[in-house]
Design a protein around this ligand. Structure first.
Ligand code: HBI
Length: 99
């Protein structure tokens, strides 16, 4: 068994969330989300494939929605019932993939 996942503290939120520039926080679900727009479906799906591999390695998985060249990603930690450091880490890696 892994350690329980802690929800972000107020101090962590104040420090980490503003740095995720294009992500919006939803306070109802305590989640962050961002829309990505690509040239076409192939580019969008290649991005999703890369994110999927990273997410699975982290054992932390996005909720996402794809229509053609648009990918909408929502991150939250079900085990913590809100945002944790895992969401921040995954969002940072997604930013790196998106370039
Ligand atoms: N992904 N987003 C997200 N949130 C979780 O709590 C989570 C996950 N992937 C795997 C996972 N938890 C495992 O620890 C099990 O709870 C399935």
């Amino acid at each position: 068994m892994s350690d329980p996942v802690e929800r972000l503290t107020e101090a962590q939120r104040a420090e980490l969330l503003p740095a995720l520039l294009h992500w919006r926080h939803d306070s109802e679900r305590d989640s962050i989300s961002r829309d990505f727009l690509f040239e076409d479906f192939g580019t969008a799906f290649a991005f999703m494939t890369r994110v999927a591999a990273i997410a699975d390695r982290m054992d932390h998985h996005p909720e996402w929605f794809n229509v053609y060249n648009r990918v909408e990603i929502l991150l939250t930690t079900h085990d913590a019932r809100g945002l944790s450091l895992r969401d921040v880490a995954l969002a940072q890696q997604i930013e790196a993939v998106a370039g």
